[in-house]
Design a protein around this ligand. Sequence first.
Ligand SMILES: NC(=O)c1ccc[n+]([C@@H]2O[C@H](COP(=O)([O-])OP(=O)(O)OC[C@H]3O[C@@H](n4cnc5c(N)ncnc54)[C@H](OP(=O)(O)O)[C@@H]3O)[C@@H](O)[C@H]2O)c1
Length: 322
Amino acid sequence: MKAIVMTGIGAPEVLVVQDVAAPQPGPGELVIRTEAIPVLFPETKLRSGEFPVPVEPPLVFGFQAAGVVTEVGADVDATWVGRRVAVDTAGFGSYAEFVSAPAASATPLPTGLSSVDAAAVLMNGSVALPLLETAALAGNETVLIEAAATGVGSSLTQLAKEFGAARVIATAGGPEKCARALELGADEVIDHNAQDWPIRLREILDGATVDVVFDSIGGTSALDLLDAITPLRGRMLSYGWLSGAPAQVSAMDLITRGLTLVGCAGPDWLAGVARSRAAVLDRAAAGTLAPLVDSVLPLEEAATAHRRIEERSPLGKIVLRP
Ligand SMILES: NC(=O)c1ccc[n+]([C@@H]2O[C@H](COP(=O)([O-])OP(=O)(O)OC[C@H]3O[C@@H](n4cnc5c(N)ncnc54)[C@H](OP(=O)(O)O)[C@@H]3O)[C@@H](O)[C@H]2O)c1
């Protein structure tokens, strides 16, 4: 079968199309014939070496795929065969024509939802739902959603009001992405390409405060935001570090303002993300969460997809199709 092999750690060119043996389902696993493979932002960080790669390359790259079950392991219910599902691989291996994955990760695709849309919405929505549940918005609160035009931020922006946000302030990079954040449901948007964007936030707030920050940028801007957060009640949900560093916030920074920083990462967090997968696909099928697809590219163009994500140009998910 054709697969994208990560031949080393480095620039997008390390992703090379090769013929490799098709996977066999091991115990507890199933194999799908892939129809749609999302290219995920964190994957670009693994490929570049910014995030540690737990296995030595070469390896078939990628983590998620949607397609049709072709085979199951000896201990897996045979009625899975022929069903359309989305899967998370146990390690790598999703940028390929056939993918093995734990049967426990298989989420059936609802009728009417395309593989491409399922692939595009799965990660964004399944992180956004637990974030919104964790935020436990009171109904009268103001939220700040960073990097709101794409990825997890785009799902948060679509769902925030339904989950109780009264006012949604978004950040995005550049005029096109700012316009997209407004289309998705933000009331106001700030261009985070300006270094001093937290100051612009204070201007917009005009003395009011933000109750919940969904922080994906991290770094020093997280610290700069603290004085704009409601004392004693405000919380910052830290789930990413697009700036290259986690939120640069100390316990004393929080204690002296009475704020809460909630870490949204790690194995237990990811178990909650996995539990949200079926609800996300149901929402996408029902039309209450739009899958945002930038483009569908042939599997062979995985390196191009990574390059485009690093240029920050996609306005939605890039999906690979074998
Ligand atoms: N904790 C979790 O469970 C979890 C799960 C998935 C992802 N994440 C993290 O959440 C963050 C967002 O991931 P995603 O998949 O939702 O990404 P994404 O939105 O698909 O892509 C990243 C976006 O971030 C924006 N951005 C802002 N500052 C950036 C910078 N310094 N470098 C590159 N891009 C920057 C870019 O938009 P603009 O052009 O508008 O700036 C870009 O479109 C990442 O840090 C990721 O690792 C966490």
